[in-house]
Design a protein around this ligand. Sequence first.
Ligand code: NAD
Length: 502
Amino acid sequence: MSKPTNPSETSGMPNSLLNFIGGEFVPPARGAFLENVNPATGCVFGRLPDSDASDVNRAVEAARNAFPSWRDTPREKRAALLNAVANGIEARREEFARAETRDQGKPLSLARSMDIPRAIENFRFFAGALLHEAQEALESGASHSSALLSYTTRGPLGVAGLVTPWNLPLYLLTWKIAPALATGNTAVCKPSEFTSTTAFLLAEVMRDAGIPPGVCNVVFGRGETAGEALVVHPHVPLVSFTGGTGTGAHIAHSVASSFKKLSLELGGKNANLVFADADLDLAARTSVRSSFLNQGEICLCGSRIYVEESIFDSFLERFVAQTRKLVVGDPENEKTTLGALVSAEHRAKVESYFTLAREEGAHFVCGGKRPTLPGPFQNGFFLEPTILTGVAHSSRLQQEEIFGPIVTVTPFRHEAEALFMANDVRFGLSASVWTNDLSRAHRVAHALDVGTVWVNAWLARDLRAPFGGMKASGLGREGGRHSLEFYTETKTIALKWDKSHD
Ligand code: NAD
């Protein structure tokens, strides 16, 4: 059945997207397009290229041609161009925020306060980092007659293949583009087919900021066609991927024999541990954010809350009271705190966990259904924020990434039990620990098998800190110097020099 279209959604923002290759906007070679749907209304508002390998080949060729000159561009100039891109996004920030909301379904207030500012910051951060990099020089082998000077150089690899998901579209895409370009690589990007508009706007900004043609190319379309063609391309020596664990495993397998540099930022099933000595109001308030921000569609969302038995009821009461204050509906309304899920298919997947919870006899403390919304939003992909208790540790509800507004709350008796349950999943992305006991904070943080632990906080990021996951949550770290290292190859040059003279 074809989806309804709504021409009133077509005003003011780009609706017919084109690939950005070699500095020009071009249609896909086959002339095929995909529909772009607004998750808040279920209406089609535009289209994007359904690119295939021929478009990817063209983009990689453009990026290869641009590489020598970009690599040799002085770092001061590259930094200035990245800052110009940041300024360009800033000048159009409202347009970016509205496009992100229309594509993804997130509250406009969130796109304005988090997604778009962070994209700007990503460019500024790596423009600055580039200017403050220093390289290593080691002296050794000193004798009366000779010495050895070993120094390292770091250089770009060539064309970086950058593949990103739909949940934080511009935020995550720029987290890759900025360090890739800063270090002198050129890039071909493949944003998610569900959320392409801000990548298209970014291409306009890059062109207007003076990024040379071919340095950054954007190819739109599906993962199994355009994405796959990009990651396996023989002239793409580096792939940075953020997305689902299944897709990451597939990509790792596809590129294994070609020895590409690979960074995988994958799924999470993050635990939130609340101890009896914690500030319960703060823990409850922040847990509402960590459970439901962006409709629970953030890889770092704390979807399993473990609460010390003695405070279980008082925490739950606070947590539920705060959750009931959330407002689900029109993402453009200032009061809305939960927008729509990204697609009908994704909502159906999340709803299948409601069914599972009912089958398993879990208790729905709140939520568990679609909200009733007025007018155009009745066809949007909304769900109520849902809190479950009474879920077994082995249940798929506690083990699988749901990526929606569902959280389980489970009591624990002591620290060891909390740690066991937190670690006993295949994922290892992040965790939050709520306690005022300093030793416990360190002890528990050290024992958690995850890439990032927050203590009495959630989603607080210093962009210099390494970011990434353990276990099925990924491979490698990005952020600060870790990104600069990932996007470059290190070479050691060892030079022996003679101390004696004629
Ligand atoms: P996804 O894996 O379905 O898609 C991600 C991207 O990969 C999309 O652009 C898609 O088109 C592309 N793709 C799909 N198949 C491909 C293939 N065979 N080859 C190359 N590219 C392919 O993920 P999604 O549904 O868009 O995003 C949600 C997932 O992303 C969740 O699991 C979430 O946890 C994860 N995520 C992780 C992080 C992190 O930093 N660890 C951040 C955000 C999202």
